[in-house]
Design a protein around this ligand. Sequence first.
Ligand SMILES: Cc1cc2nc3c(=O)[nH]c(=O)nc-3n(C[C@H](O)[C@H](O)[C@H](O)COP(=O)(O)OP(=O)(O)OC[C@H]3O[C@@H](n4cnc5c(N)ncnc54)[C@H](O)[C@@H]3O)c2cc1C
Ligand code: FES
Ligand code: FES
Length: 1327
Amino acid sequence: MTFGNKLRFYLNGTSVEIDNPDPDTTLLNYVRSIGLTGTKLGCGEGGCGACTIMISSYNQTLDKISHISANACLTPLCSIDGKHIITIEGIGNVKNPHPIQERLALLHGSQCGFCTPGVVMSLYSLLRNNPNPSEEEAEECFDGNLCRCTGYRPILDTAKTFACVENNDPYKNHEPQEYVGCGKVDCCKLNNVDTTFNHNFSQIQFKKYDATQELIFPPSLMKYAPGPLHFHSSKTKWFRPVNLDQLLLLKTEYPNATLVSGNTRVGIETKFENIKHDVQIYVGDIPELKSWEFKEDGLSLGANMTIARVQDVLKEACNYYKPHQIQIFEALSENLKRFATNQIRNISTLAGNIIDNSSTSDLIPLLLSSESIFSLSSLQSTLKKSRPVPSVSFWTGYNQDCRASSEILESIFIPCSNHGQYVRAYKQSKRHYGDRAIVNAVLSISLDHNSQVQKACFAFGGMNRAVVRAPNAENFVEGKKWGDENVLEQLIEVLCEEFQLSFSVIGGMATYRKTLIIGFINKFWYDVTKSANIAALSPDIENSIGEIKRSISKGSQTIGRPEEGNKIVGKAISHESAIKQTTGQAVYIDDMPRIEGELCGVFVTSQKPHAKILNIDPTQALNIPGVKGFFSSKDVPGKNSWGIFIEDEEIFASKEVFYVGQIIGLIVAETKKIAQEAKDLVKIEYEELPYILTIEEAIEQNSYYPMTPQLAQGDIEKGFKEVDHIFEGEARSGAQEHFYMETNAAFIIPKEEEEFEVHSGTQNPTQTQRNIAEALGIAANKVTCRVKRVGGAFGGKEIKSLLISMGLAIGAWHLKKPIRCVLDRNEDMIITGQRHPFLGRWKIGLTKDGKILACELKFYLNGGGTSDVSKEVAQVAIFASDASYYIPNVRFIGYPCKTNIHSNTAFRGFGQPQALFIVETMLNDVAERMGINANELREKNLYMEGQKTPYNQKLENWCLPSVYQQVKETSEFEKRKKEIEEFNSNNKWRKRGIALLPIKYGVSYSALFMNQAGALVHIYLDGSVLISHGGVEMGQGLHTKMLQIASEALDVPINTVHLMEYATNLVINSSPTSGSLGSDLNGNAVHNACKILAERLKPYREKMPDKSFGEIVKAAYHDRVNLSANGFYKAPDIGYDIHKNEGQLFLYYTTGAACSEVEIDTLTGDHTILRTDICMDIGRSLNYAIDVGQIEGGFIQGVGWCTNEQTLHFPNGNLYTTGPEKYKIPGARDIPQDFRIYTYKGAKSSNIKSIHSSKGIGEPPLLLGNTVFFAIREAIKAARKCNNNNAPVVLRLPATPERIRIACDDEIVRKCKVEKKDGEVPWVIET
Ligand SMILES: Cc1cc2nc3c(=O)[nH]c(=O)nc-3n(C[C@H](O)[C@H](O)[C@H](O)COP(=O)(O)OP(=O)(O)OC[C@H]3O[C@@H](n4cnc5c(N)ncnc54)[C@H](O)[C@@H]3O)c2cc1C
Ligand code: FES
Ligand code: FES
């Protein structure tokens, strides 16, 4: 066999040839290395979609071009020979954007923009295959794209402008459609607009989408005849055979070679599990392994068919075979819909999944229960030999199968089902879409004409280290009569016996996993009973046997006061960088061009939760070629210790480490790959010390930071004496990972002598400047920190970003070279801290008619290994502890716990979401115990105009009661409550719940000095304006609002005003951008500067009324008028003294209310949000579209915190949830199916002393995610009521499927309960 060593492919329409490419290079690394930086690295594990590109290929046999979306982070560069790769840059640019890019920008679908190129490419791939998708297809194409900012609604809306409502019927023959007007099928020009579900923003004219204008498949590639290839590096050999014979020959020659197909398993092993694959044989271009055949008795599938291709073939098979033959194919087809994501299904293969043999494989249960047959092939003295192996005998143990080393899997035969056979597949995961199973099952039975079971095959995933059958249950049921309830009861007993999980079982969730098995069996039992016409089902059961289905989502945005007659302020204009972001041209730190001599930094971190450092030895690491240095505490030229309020942190840990992930040193090398390799070779000797992980352990061991903020008002003892009822209880919330899409990053460039230019993805540039100066022992004026844009932050880049910049600066100081570091997702999650978990203990006193007179609240929050802002978070939580209710006598105390997990930090809401959750849980509990309605209790105690808060702030212009009332009415809360009762009584295992909550959110920093901002505005002689201010753009639209303010204040067109970046040498001593204060503080400063300039120009404007602004400016210049002004602002009126409980704490409140309705499946714990109505009082918005984006995005982030996002640690202190595979933020199909946003119309906003009477909106909507939690709680209550279980619901936040299921506390849960034995430790814990 002769091998070529040139890789040939097309990239964005241009031919590329590479000699002997490095087999270890991914497509993502390659495209980014040649400057196509629109494709982003978000996780490197196929879980976020930021790296989505499109791969087109031509099938000569079928004469067909196919287009697939794929994750470039998992695609080996060497695998793309003969293909056409299209990246975001290939489809449009700022001057000529693709219609997708334009519409996503105009419809406000891009905030920080980091996810945006991936989002665009997913939709683009869909349209290239199908220019007229149905609305459902348009929604589904994003199952592999995460967005942390937008809440997805505008992304889905954008996709739907390309969808044909008519094509929602997938079986209809799709004719190409002529788009009219905006391109949306229900465009108003077609007169069929449902105004309820249309936003009130101006009608937008989109560019027309014409599928015929797309980039063509290169004709020369159609003629390309692929031949065998061989590439190699010093570490890896790569072979690409093009037929089966060549493959078998290679496998004989290299029996230990790893076959690579989609690389979705091998890629993960290489990157995250340190497994070496020295010889790799790529099997993705072998036609024999991708062919299929409809045989008489079943389907033969080539082993390396992709999952997506198998889905297509299964659809055909369901039409080809007779109805009784397709049971297995239908079940598999249904199952594969929830297999991974579009991008993964497009490249991962059957063989890869089978060989991977994961216990949660979605494929293997079906192959086992259908008794499929695998064909293994090898070369035996030049002849191909194949042997069939039944699936049941293929796997021989954990990670073992029966293949000889020279054998490959060639094909899989899946038999047709027989008369009387029924097959169903089930899957339960943490997130409904784009997630692996917790438990899955394929259940099959064959019945005779008397409904007697002839044969049963039950296969379960997630119950053991591999997928397993349940022989005892199968044997038990064989010969029994299906439909006989006694048989079901006994079958459940047998299954419970058969699956004995211990409390400490790998994967955890022992009780839950057992309940899922029983849940699936119940569903299967009744489904078959109905399908086989054994008995009619009662409607309450019939409705519950399938899985929760989601309809196409719809959203409406009803805005209160659009535009208010202002020229620019108040207009719903798009994010100023939107088009740059949608075209991939927006630059983030990792996208900045490399500069001469640049090096890469990687941090060496603690592996122990608490230990003394005995020795650090970097010798081996330093011996690796390309490593330039290792730096630790002894190398810090200035101060190693730092801290925001207490100096208890070190840049590099010197003597002791306090958490896993604490930074000990920095490796600097020529490339990231070398630095990461070297990092693992730094030897650290520890002396392990006792450690504390959870709040409960900290309380037990009295481990607190020495600061316990408290607030008291009234006479609490007297209050408790005057009440009729006193209740006590507690509530517990978990952590939340920020999961900004751009990880923490910094780039430090040493300049002349001691000058440093710092590019940091930080919310806190001034502190970055100050801390670097202190670390280096130089003056702050030598350090300039610049921030162009940040790919999402949410509080996670306020303090923790400093760790990265300071560490790198020390390396740059010593080496005098530029150093860049972009944390990998897992590094970021391990190092940088999260939202604080809270435990709230409460005691409350009420009169018999429900008036709250006294409340004592104690908050315990898990601060982690250093204090960071834990005290401040506790303090803010205390100020929020009244929630929306007047309580005359209170005592609130916060205890920041000192533990040995990552140091927890600021996160959107800063303690308020936790406080709200605890207080509202208290109210629900109390209402349940008093037997009264929780919302009546809320309404009775809701703050009224003129009442005072515990910190003595009088509530003026108070509109919360009417905001609450508005949501109550628009959501038809009372009516729907009745409908829900009706629904619940008609459904045995489906329950609905609804919750309505008010929120108030005080806006101001409690540290008075932080309530200030500066700005600098220059007017150039051509009339163009450059503004700079102290805020950072991280997706929230701050710069857009600042441009609007400047444009209006100077009375110039907005397109003549520009904002380049934030830099500490332009605007000094800025506060961090946080606390929903960015627009107000900086907006006022910008306004101030512009007004100074406008005043200076006034005489010229009056003198030259007909002249252009440029001419006016020139005239002023010639008169030596200063055309540059510095603006400054300090918030008025505020100044609170906590010791005296005097002075005004907040400038104003942002208030709101929301109502959410959910449906849960009580057999699985699954849930969906049916509808959410949110009303926010946002004053006179600076930009309604941006504010709606904050409301939707904040709410969905809150929903994530309340439902799926669960941070887990191993008992040894290591973080378990280190990436998107294990930590699930909401996806596009987790948002409310019906999502309605209103802004409040009735507020007297002119009284608000904020910029243009607008209100801060970044954080408050997150609190409303709590409505989903409490709606779930109501649904659980309904489920328990059916079982006469009226005990109060104890539900910890987040309400994961596991917790929902267990909280239903029915007979199945009790039967499946796995008790903890003495000495047993859980597999993972929540801290
Ligand atoms: C983000 C993400 C989400 C996922 N979600 C799911 C999910 O929901 N459900 C699920 O079941 N799985 C899921 N997976 C797992 C994934 O489906 C499997 O890893 C995949 O099917 C492997 O296929 P591949 O072609 O990429 O295999 P590769 O990584 O290319 O190879 C995997 C193994 O198979 C071997 N191999 C490949 N072809 C052959 C052959 N012909 N003969 C012998 N050996 C061969 C390789 O040598 C290697 O050992 C997910 C993976 C990722 C990354
Ligand atoms: S970077 Fe590829 S999926 Fe996240
Ligand atoms: S806009 Fe999607 S992650 Fe920021």
